[in-house]
Every structure is written in C-alpha cells, then in structure tokens.
Write a protein that binds this ligand. Sequence first.
Ligand code: ADP
Ligand code: MG
Length: 346
Amino acid sequence: MEIELISLNQYPFKFREVVFKSIFLISIFFPSFVHSAELSTNKYESFQAKSMGTLFRLELGVASRADGERIFQRCLALLNNLESKWSPWIEDSLIWKINHSGFSGAIPVDRNTFALLHRAHSISVLTKGAFDITFASVGHLYDYRKNVKPSAHVLPSKLNAIDYRKVQLHKKDMSVSLSDAQVKVDLGGIAKGEAIDQLLGVLKQAGVTSAYFSLGGDSYVLGKKKSYPWMLGIKHPRDRTRVVARIPLEDVAVSTSGDYERFFIEEGERYHHILSPLTGASAKGLMSATVIGPEGWRTDALSTSLFVLGLEEGIALIEALPNYDAIAIDSLGEIHATSGLISSGN
Ligand code: ADP
Ligand code: MG
C-alpha cells in the first residue's frame, strides 16, 4: 500500500504545513463541490476485505454502520465478479481462456472486458508500447515469492511475444484472439483502476457523497471529508513509516506503482513486477510513480507507464495529458512532479 490516508485531526488543513517541497495542488484541477448539511449527519465507517488479489478498503460517510455494510457488500460483490472474469490465475476466467486459446480461435468476451482491452490498447499506443498487457508473455515466468525468473534460453522467444499488436480485438462478434501462441495477457496494470471507476458508480448510485476507497495502490477520493478535502500521503518507497508528500484531494483517482510491492533481490539486483516490454526485465530508474486524475483506469495504466518510461519521458507524457498529474520518486529518493502540482506555495 503506497498511499496512506491521513486524518485531518492529525494534520490540520493548512496548506503551508501539508505541502512538501512546495508541491502544491492547483485547486482548479479539483473543483470543490460544497456538500450540504446532509453530510454533517453522516458518520464515517470503515470496511476492508481481500479481493482482486489485494486489499480493498472503504471509508465512507453514511447514516449508519448497517447502511455502510450493505454498500460495502455491494462493492465486494462487484470486485469478486471482476476478479472471476479477469484473473489470469482462475481457470475458466475470460483472461485464462484467452491465454489458453492457442490457435483454437477467438474467445468471445463480455462488453466490459472488450472495452477494457480496448482501453489497454489505447494506452499501449499512447506510450508506444511501454504499457503492454502482453508483458505477461515474460511476466508469467517470474515467481516473486520463490525468487524465480525466466531462464536465459527461453527469454528470446517469449520476449518476441510481448507485442500488444498480437492481441486482436474483433468488434463484429466481441471476441479476442492472439496471433502468436506464445502470447499471454494480464490486465494487472489496469484492472484495479477500472474497478475503482466501477466502485465509484456503485457508491454514487447508493447516494454516497463522501468516501475514500482503495484497491492496493489504486484509490479514489469522493467529495470532501466533512468540510475539508481528503488528505493523501505518499509514503517513501524504502521507508514505509515516512510520508514524503501530502496532498489535499477531492473527486480524483490516485494510483501508485512501486518496485516494492512484489520483488526479490538476487546478487544485489532487484527483480520486481513492473517489466520493460523491450527487455523483459524489471523497469529501472524510479522507485515509485503516482498519477492523479479523473479516471481510475487511466491513472492505473499511466502509473505503470510512468514507471516503465522513467523520469523524463514519463513525466513529459503525463504533463501532456490535460487533467492528469504525477509524482515520481527516482532511484536516489528525489521527488519530481508535473507542473500542475507545483506552484509558488503561496
Ligand atoms: P499493482 O497495483 O498491482 O502494484 P501497478 O499499477 O504497480 O500494480 O502495476 C504493476 C502490474 O502491472 C504488475 O503486477 C503487472 O500485472 C502489470 N505490468 C507489469 N509490467 C507491465 C507493463 N509493462 N505493461 C502493462 N502492465 C504491466
Ligand atoms: Mg498501475
């Protein structure tokens, strides 16, 4: 978990105090919606459970714990459904079927999955392949828990299978095929962000106007917490007790990718779960990459992209996208941010 929610009681909302190194949020990026008296009758309730291979946390303003519990269960049912479709490890999930289709033809998928594969493709095009769900052709040969990495003799043929253009999306019958039997796909760099967007829909439908929720490193801040923006803290990638930046936020998705989530170290080398599609090796240069913006599927895919592209190219990419901002921590622990987050601090 990279992002920590900081209670406003702990950190009174004074911009000068909360901003690290003059990282500042331009408030026009995050228009404030003044929530009515309705909120003041709400109390905040917290829930958590495991889903989609990570921890789902929800803190929301509701009239009663029972109401909160009902909404939480609705969220959890949604996540479990997405996991059963998109986990590459659940036999008969849609992604499992695609990965095991070989040359046996196209796999029909539902509209939602088809749309997400399209979104993944669009980010691959945008990042010139730095983001690529076929990273899994090599990625699935790693086992970070058991210190296993792909052997040198299988690597070249598997590396050749990393190419998003080898995933064919057939609009006519909403099916998916792979043009190379070696290709494996994995939505791990975008699915949790997509889930965040869908959770937001569930919460809004239930009438929730103030919430913070996260799925591992992907999160969303809905509305304000009482009269203040939610305060998010970005933790130091090597010292999880240290918060390096605090940002007041509302109505945005925040995703962080880091080299400390799943990794092992061998002969001084860190093998972690974000791969460069060019080499099949763990991306180097950054320790953590955070992207903030309106849509979770984008912040998720873009945080992975920023991590792969590295500091200069990655920050330039986010800088060019309206409404998206980023904070990157380089291998020396230096913090960098897009211009939307930096102001004079006055
Ligand atoms: P997490 O929240 O799971 O830590 P991140 O947003 O940090 O996810 O992205 C890492 C995940 O993205 C990996 O676990 C893997 O599933 C996937 N991934 C790794 N490298 C790439 C890549 N180059 N392109 C797309 N997805 C990737
Ligand atoms: Mg991501």
